[in-house]
Design a protein around this ligand. Structure first.
Ligand SMILES: [Zn+2]
Ligand SMILES: [Zn+2]
Ligand SMILES: [Zn+2]
Length: 332
């Protein structure tokens, strides 16, 4: 039984899920990261160790849940949300609650045991991005879902329980609070300035250059002005678009190249550095966003979120983004 409860003071929703607690990692606190081979459920040949696949790019003539794939998408074995049932939003006294309905999928990025996405060839990363898009378009057809978040946890400190390169996707029946905040801020900026804040950020960063990492005709990557974390990086499409799923073929190719560069420069700063990345796009049922602009945020996990950050919502970053950009560019 999974429940979504609204925190009455902040309006944040919390997923109360006992299923998730069964994950070996949290349950025993033991090292569950495996070396690959026999026991790794994401390695080719071990398809029976995962729930049946939802989607794959695979060689012609090969059957689902057998070898012969390049990218494989499966339900998370310990899902944060359940895919079956109705939302049944209701009140419990002063509290708001609904059933924990959603989708939780794993995108396995390679059949061989590779530990990080930057080890993969650019063509393979393009397939990963195309798989993100395919899954997003498919899940958007389900009217119960309001948001689809694609993210990556790399390394234990970033929340991964397996070190075979993979990303995840969670479809939620509510728009996450931090996305709502970005939407609100972007709308306010648009109403006042009659332009998209993200397009204007691209313009200013390109002029100043001091935080810019890599760019091509389609994307700009940079360390954001008020980076919350050391070596935080953002990747923005240059073409104004609020919806990730509208990415075109030439943009998929560019994004694969820039993402590979960003992640590999990060691991040259510190090998095996845990990190997260997340794609922020507009909610499923808000197609009108002339003011929102999808993007990818990379959050290295060099620091832990501590008391001050929890209590104040302020971040302390000991590496200025200008310095971070210089260092990352040298390594890239
Ligand atoms: Zn593996
Ligand atoms: Zn824009
Ligand atoms: Zn964002």
């Amino acid at each position: 039984m999974v429940e979504l409860r609204k925190e009455p003071l902040t309006g944040n929703w919390v997923i109360i899920s006992t299923e998730r607690g069964k994950r070996p990692l949290e349950f025993t606190g033991e090292e569950t990261i495996k070396k690959g081979g026999e026991k790794c459920p994401f390695c080719e040949g071990n398809e029976s160790l995962t729930p049946p696949e939802i989607f794959s790019y695979r060689k012609k003539g090969t059957k689902p849940d057998t070898p012969g794939w390049w990218i494989r998408v499966v339900p998370n074995k310990y899902p944060a949300l359940q895919s079956k049932g109705r939302l049944n939003k209701r009140k419990k006294g002063i509290y708001e609650v609904m059933n924990g309905i959603g989708a939780h999928e794993v995108i396995i990025e390679a059949p061989q045991h590779v530990e990080d996405i930057f080890f993969l060839g650019k063509k393979v990363i393009e397939k990963v991005i195309r798989a993100y898009r395919e899954r997003m378009i498919d899940l958007m057809r389900d009217s119960r879902f309001k948001y689809i978040l694609i993210f990556k946890n790399k390394g234990r400190a970033a929340g991964a329980s397996l070190n075979h390169s993979h990303s995840q996707l969670i479809a939620t029946p509510i728009v996450p609070k931090c996305v709502e905040e970005e939407l609100k801020a972007a709308r306010r900026y648009f109403d006042f300035n009659k332009s998209c804040i993200f397009c204007d950020i691209i313009g200013q960063e390109k002029n100043l250059k001091e935080r810019v990492l890599w760019e091509d005709e389609n994307f700009l990557s940079f360390c954001p002005f008020a980076s919350r974390f050391p070596y935080e990086m953002w990747i923005l499409p240059k073409r104004h678009s609020s919806d990730f799923e509208e990415i075109n073929q030439s943009e998929v190719e560019s994004l694969a190249g820039i993402l590979k560069k960003c992640i590999s420069s990060l691991t040259r700063i510190s090998p095996h550095l845990p990190y997260n990345y997340v794609i922020h796009t507009s909610p499923c049922d808000r197609p009108d966003s002339k003011y929102y602009h999808w993007h990818l945020e990379i959050i290295p996990r060099l620091t832990v979120v501590a008391g001050f950050e929890w209590g104040a919502g302020f971040y302390i970053n000991y590496i200025p983004p200008e310095k971070a950009a210089r260092e990352l560019k040298q390594k890239g």
